[in-house]
Each structure stands twice: as C-alpha cells, then as structure tokens.
Design a protein around this ligand. Structure first.
Ligand SMILES: [Cu+2]
Length: 333
C-alpha cells in the first residue's frame, strides 16, 4: 500500500511537470515561430536576431561559378547577408486563445560579380520589414501533449521600392534594387499553421509544425512573391531544469515570383542581372539545426540556434543559402 501511494505521488509529480511552461523545452527551438500558446492573462515580449549567409550560386541543386559563362548574365551575386531583428508580443485573453504581433527591421547586403566573375559593386538595403498580427488557438491538451492552430496576417510595412544607391550604372533618379534586396512583399499575406508538442518524459520532448504563406494579390510594383509551405520537426532533451539542447529539420518549398516589377521610370532589367529576373526565384530546401534553450529561475528565456542548408534545388540561377544563426530573448509574465 505504501509503495502504491509513493508511486502514485511520483506519477502525479511527473505528470504535473510534463507540460509545465517553466521547462526549458516548453518552447520550441528559437527558429520556430508561433510554437506555443499562453495561459489566460499571460503576456510575453520577445526579441529575435537572425542572420542568413548565402555564398554560392545554384542552378537546380548544383553550384556554379558566378560569371557570365556559366550563368548567361552580365552580373550575378557572389554572396549575400540578410540580417533581421524581430520584436514580438503575445497575449492570451483565455487559456485557448493567444494573440500575437510581430514586426521586424532588416538589413541586406549583396556583393555582385561582373561578367568575368570578379568582385564588383555591393548593394545594400535596410529598413522596416513586414508586420504580422495573428491568433493561435489551442485545439488539444492532455497531460503530455498539446496542439494548436494559427492564422496570421502580414501587413506590408516593408518597402518594395528600395533603390540602388551610388551605383555607377544607375541614373540619378534611381533604379530599383533586385527582388531579393527588397524588404517586404508589398501585399497582405495570410499564414495558416498547425503545431503539435509532445512531452515523452521529464527530459525528452518533440514537436512539429506545418505552415503556409499565401500571397493572394499583386503589389504596387506589379508582382507577387511566390506562395510557400514549410514543415519542421524537432527533438529536445533537458540537460537540467534550466537548459535544453535541441535538434531540428526544416523543409521549405516556395514558388517563383508572379509578374515583373513594372512601376517607376527605371524598371528592373531581367537581361542584365540574375536577381532582377523573376525566372530566378522559387525552389525548395532542407536545413538541419542544433540549438540551446535556457530559462532562468526568474523566467527569462534565452535561446540560440544554428542551421546549415543540407540540400537545395533552386529555379534558374540563384544564390543558395549556406547557414543561419538565430538568437532570442523572451520574457513572459
Ligand atoms: Cu510566448
């Protein structure tokens, strides 16, 4: 009888800690957005920094030299760095419903190569990115698992008409920067998602999320960014009550740009430069990540995740992604 009471008490202790929000693995790896919901009355403020490095030109799934002989373009990018700062807010009016808001500040830099493949001009753009508002709704909750669906709306606060600055070939009036250098989609975009989190025991957990982004209109510049779908899954192991290590895969597929940039006096010239040609957009890729989630005894969360692209198949001639780093801080009350 004594053993029975003890084991029942132990089981209760186990099941109460299983889904506890104070577990370091109660949040997914930091690269996953909208991975958790909050209890009624809770709020959370978060800051994320993401950098992506791209330094190889791809045609399909193989890399080629960045020169005119292999690409057919006068100018091809040699490398690109994309930095993004994201500020997020979450608030839960009820246990089932969590409202979300996020805005971003971006900085892009693209080093071009000339026809011979030698380093040429560097293009830069920076400013506010798009802003999203959304809702997450919990559809399932048991002792060791939960699931929610989400829907977010992206507002076009990021510019789509950033111009080439101080370029020798650009007229004083300014030529638009190519598609990958613009800061937003220029359209209202919808993003539905579904997320599942499972706690195996007090140390191990896993989760998965599927998400799509739909761009269902054309922006002021005359084009529409391709729709995308994303599938991710992760496994996490708590090293102690404050720190978890995790690993994740991410599969992303996106269609090409619809239409072309036609607004303004000096439109993008798709013949001259590969990133100015909408045919060079769309593809799919798979990334693998490793990360850390830390939660202090006071509830401050810090997280880091580094990712490497292990396979990509890109339409036309495009810069491929190489690696990403994401850092984040989250505080809930
Ligand atoms: Cu949160």
């Amino acid at each position: 009888m004594n053993t029975f009471i003890k084991s029942t008490a132990a089981l209760c202790a186990l099941t109460t800690t299983l889904t506890a929000a104070s577990r370091p693995d109660a949040h997914a790896p930091i690269g996953v957005m909208g991975d958790h919901t909050h209890g009624a009355g809770e709020g959370m403020l978060s800051y994320r920094f993401m950098t992506m490095q791209m330094n190889q030109i791809f045609q399909g799934s193989s890399s080629v030299p960045a020169n005119m002989t292999s690409t057919g373009y006068m100018m091809t990018p040699r490398e690109m760095t994309m930095d993004m700062n994201m500020l997020g807010f979450m608030f839960a009016p009820t246990d089932e419903l969590t409202l979300t808001a996020m805005t971003s500040y971006k900085r892009n830099s693209m080093v071009m190569a000339n026809a011979a493949g030698a380093e040429g001009m560097t293009m830069k753009s920076s400013g506010m990115g798009d802003t999203s508002i959304g809702a997450l709704y919990q559809i399932h909750k048991v002792k060791n698992a939960n699931a929610h669906i989400g829907l977010s709306l992206s507002l076009p606060t990021g510019a789509t008409d950033k111009k080439v600055a101080n370029a020798p070939l650009a007229p004083a009036i300014g030529r638009d920067l190519p598609y990958p250098m613009q800061l937003g989609s220029g359209t209202l975009d919808l993003s539905p998602s579904i997320t599942y989190n499972h706690y195996i025991d007090n140390n191990w957990s896993w989760g998965t999320q599927a998400k799509a982004t739909i761009h269902n209109s054309t922006n002021d510049e005359g084009y529409s960014i391709g729709d995308s779908a994303n599938l991710t899954g992760w496994v996490s192991r708590n090293l102690n009550q404050n720190l978890a290590i995790n690993t994740r895969f991410n599969f992303n597929t996106w269609s090409g740009i619809q239409g072309t940039q036609t607004n303004g006096l000096h439109n993008l010239n798709p013949v001259l430069s590969s990133p100015a040609d909408p045919a060079n957009s769309g593809g799919h890729k798979t990334d693998l990540f490793i990360g850390l989630n830390y939660i202090s005894d006071q509830g401050l969360r810090l997280a880091a995740e580094i990712g490497k692209t292990i396979h990509q198949d890109l339409n036309g001639t495009q810069l491929g992604s190489d690696w990403t780093l994401q850092l984040g801080a989250q505080y809930a009350w």
